[in-house]
Design a binder for this molecule. Structure first.
Ligand code: CMP
Length: 510
């Protein structure tokens, strides 16, 4: 047969002509398609396969003219490669042009699987048209089956893993995830791997079967909540500065003016994380609403912390080991004792109750005072408990409350120079109210024995205390029942004399 005739016969028999025509049409259609990720490499791959099929035709024709047995194999191979090329091109036209126009977007892995399955069907049909029974070969050859099975093991694991990830939507393209050491945004879920793009402009490729076995943290995702991710910004402040003050300072500075990419709800807060060697370790915790600018937003928070502390003259602590060496000398301890004593006297002298006491009495009383600091929110006395001390407030403010935990009513607020806890201490009754610190509070406490010795020397003090006590009692009663001024006066008078007796009785003072 003439060579040209043979060529025409071969090119149609292989389907190469049709593949070539398809390729030309596809090139035109795809030229108009938007440049999507992965389109160009796949188009290049398909072009290579179709052109390889075309290039094989002359070789097939020559070998057939020479009656070489390889001719049939070349025909089969040419059909397969150009067939696969066409399938890939069709896939691009369907998924990247037609469906994209209709705004339908199938996950990449589904596209790959559909193209892959169609490609396999093309191979099977081409091979069986050539008279080869592939199924029988695979089924009867145990070695071949084992080889194919083993080599496909990983690939199938990846494929199934990728499909599972897509179907159960545990991770999706665009999610921010942390897998082991790597944190990045899911850029692509391919049939073989999942690609992450990190903030450092790296592309990390993780095989899907690894991903299905690994622990994956999806950042910022919580059911029914907007995307936001909690961040921690740490700083250290010396022990000399009370934690409540530092927390207030920093929290106010951060909440004062909204910060870009920091969620307003829940608002950022500051917590004391640890008490270290010489400093308190704090953290500002906030929710980041855009997961990309993590370090820049941390930096804004840190800057606010720095300036808030600077304004209040609170320096950030320098982590350092310091050894304080104090040479104890007689004068030093005497000076310290004197300044303590002076402060106690000053506080006692402010208390209305002790105003008429002589300096010696005040001094003797002040020696029994013990320092008792409380943090904001702490309970200083609790309703119903047994009394051991009377408290004199040196600094801060407390709230006196009655009633059950959730339904407490405030009856009074007391600040520096006031005292509380006298009712039970002087009558032996259980505590009549709960006293809570409204800010950091510093008190001095006095025990019953010290008070007894003052009362013994100044029995008239009992009347004075009884008057305060009666007033407070009436105020407490008034929270439970409505009473007019007349009734309050009557109660005050009867309570006062009762209480004087009670106090004298309790302290066995005649
Ligand atoms: P005590 O009962 O020992 O413990 C709770 C304290 O709260 C009580 O002593 C008083 O010192 C104080 N307290 C009770 N009622 C009042 C009030 N109305 N005003 C001020 N302080 C009060």
């Amino acid at each position: 047969m003439h060579l040209l005739e043979l060529f025409a016969k071969e090119i149609t028999a292989q389907g190469t002509l049709w593949a070539f025509a398809c390729w030309l049409v596809a090139l035109l259609v795809l030229a108009a398609a938007p440049d999507r990720e992965g389109l160009k490499p796949r188009r290049r791959g398909a072009t290579f396969l179709v052109l390889l099929g075309v290039a094989l035709v002359p070789a097939t024709v020559l070998s057939r003219s020479q009656n070489l047995s390889i001719a049939d194999d070349l025909t089969l191979f040419g059909s397969i490669v150009s067939g696969i090329g066409v399938v890939v091109l069709l896939g691009l036209i369907v998924f990247d042009v037609a469906l994209a126009r209709l705004s339908v977007s199938l996950p990449r892995i589904v596209q790959d699987v559909l193209v892959g399955v169609t490609g396999l069907l093309v191979i099977f049909s081409t091979v069986s048209r050539a008279g080869i029974n592939l199924t029988q070969i695979v089924a009867t050859s145990a070695v071949l089956t084992a080889v194919i099975g083993l080599s496909l093991q990983d690939t199938l694991g990846n494929l199934v893993g990728g499909l599972a990830l897509q179907l159960d939507r545990s991770i999706q393209v665009g999610d921010w995830v942390r897998i082991g050491e790597v944190t990045g945004r899911v850029a692509e879920i391919h049939w073989r791997y999942t690609a992450l793009e990190t903030r450092n402009w790296e592309r990390v490729v993780i095989p899907n079967n690894v991903l299905t076995k690994a622990q994956v943290s999806v950042l910022g995702r919580r059911t029914g909540q907007p995307l936001q991710w909690r961040r921690w910004v740490y700083f250290n402040v010396d022990f000399r500065y009370p934690p409540s003050m530092v927390i207030d300072l920093v929290q106010n500075a951060i909440r004062d003016q909204p910060i870009l990419n920091v969620a307003a709800n829940p608002p950022p807060n500051c917590v004391l994380m640890d008490l270290c060697d010489s400093y308190g370790r704090y953290a500002v915790r906030y929710l980041l609403t855009d997961l990309v600018p993590d370090d820049p937003t941390d930096s804004v928070i840190r800057t606010r912390i720095y300036f808030a502390l600077s304004r209040a003259a609170v320096p950030l602590s320098i982590p350092a080991q310091a050894v304080f060496v104090t040479q104890e000398s007689g004068e030093r301890s005497e000076a310290k004792r004197q300044s303590d004593a002076a402060e106690r006297l000053r506080v006692l002298a402010q208390v209305e109750l002790f105003r008429d006491l002589s300096t010696e009495d005040l001094q003797s009383l002040s020696r029994s005072l013990q320092r008792a600091p409380f943090a904001r929110g702490e309970v200083l006395t609790r309703t119903g408990s047994t009394a051991h001390h009377l408290y004199v407030i040196r600094r801060g403010q407390v709230s006196v409350r009655v009633g059950e935990a959730d339904l407490q009513t405030e009856v009074a607020q007391l600040s520096a120079g006031n005292f509380f806890g006298e009712m039970s201490l002087l009558t032996g009754e259980p505590r009549s109210a709960t006293v809570v610190a409204l800010d950091d509070v510093e008190c001095y406490r006095l025990d019953a024995d010290a008070f007894r010795s003052v009362l013994e020397r100044h029995p008239e003090l009992a009347n004075k205390v009884a008057t305060v006590l009666a007033e407070r009692r009436v105020a407490l009663l008034a929270t439970r029942e409505v009473m007019d001024e007349e009734k309050k006066k009557r109660l005050l008078a009867s309570n006062s004399s009762d209480l004087v007796d009670k106090i004298r009785d309790f302290f066995r003072i005649v």
